[in-house]
Design a protein around this ligand. Structure first.
Ligand SMILES: [Zn+2]
Length: 246
């Protein structure tokens, strides 16, 4: 299958259509991805506009999924773009069924509960996922292959102690999410194009503009992908901590 055909046929699910999901979705739509699924239950707020570049002032108060769909279908493309909106959060009850409908997941949520849930659901479904986060001046992107090793839990074992800052509370510079979301889309396209980017971890330091790329090693004691694996299903209690979208 040619690269163009593969992209046209690809179904990509974006978990979170905010600061990271906006530039990632734009890049994927421009690159010819055939179907984009959008998961978000938030409405556009005025304070989002500096970093959530899919939205304009007229979208304030609208559902992010609907506003994003309206922006994405305006993109001129040689092939049609199908948008599927899922006006919900990714939840333990719906995660497995949702990710199984897609070839690839692009996770740009802003809380650890959703990040770990996405990681686990993708591993269980055998769906590759590219995770991204941006808080204050620090951005990270991690590509996880369909076989799921190494994975998000190899890097981040479990929920951090105490309440972690999310971008709404800690703040994030608008250009940070543009750069990190674009790297995320780039790794997603690499996976769709059949390139081996498993375990690629890209970090971006917004204070120095330094980008670092390395390939992480699988963690032997990883509960999701290691030989001592302990996670075999989506257990709702595991994702009880939720900082919320922002
Ligand atoms: Zn792992």
């Amino acid at each position: 299958m040619s690269r163009t055909t593969a992209r046209n046929a690809a179904r990509v699910l974006l978990v979170g259509v905010g600061g990271l999901g906006s530039p990632a979705a734009l890049a994927l739509a421009h690159a010819g991805v055939g179907t984009l699924g959008l998961v978000d239950d938030d409405e556009v707020e005025l304070t989002n506009l500096h970093r959530q570049i899919l939205f304009g002032a007229a979208d304030v108060g609208e559902k992010k999924t609907a506003a994003a769909e309206a922006a994405l279908v305006r993109i001129p493309r040689p092939s049609p773009l199908t948008i599927v909106t899922h006006d919900t959060r990714l939840l333990p009850e719906n995660a497995a069924a949702l990710v199984a409908r897609y070839d690839l997941v692009v996770e740009g949520s802003d809380n650890f509960a959703t990040k770990f849930l996405t990681s686990d659901a993708c591993a269980l479904a055998g769906v590759p996922v590219v995770h991204a986060a941006a808080v204050r001046w620090h951005g990270t992107v991690l590509a996880v292959a369909a076989h799921g090793r190494p994975c998000y839990r190899c890097v981040f074992e479990d929920f951090p102690e105490g309440a972690p800052p999310n971008c709404a509370e800690a703040g994030v510079m608008g250009p940070m999410v543009g750069i990190v979301g674009a790297v995320q889309a780039d790794l997603a396209l690499a996976i769709l194009d059949g390139r081996d980017v498993a375990g690629t971890l890209v970090t971006f330091d917004g204070k120095t503009d330094a980008v670092r790329r390395r390939v992480i090693a699988p963690r032997k004691s990883c509960p999701l992908c290691g030989p001592e694996r302990a996670i075999f299903a989506i257990d709702t209690a595991r994702y009880a901590q939720d900082a919320g979208h922002g």
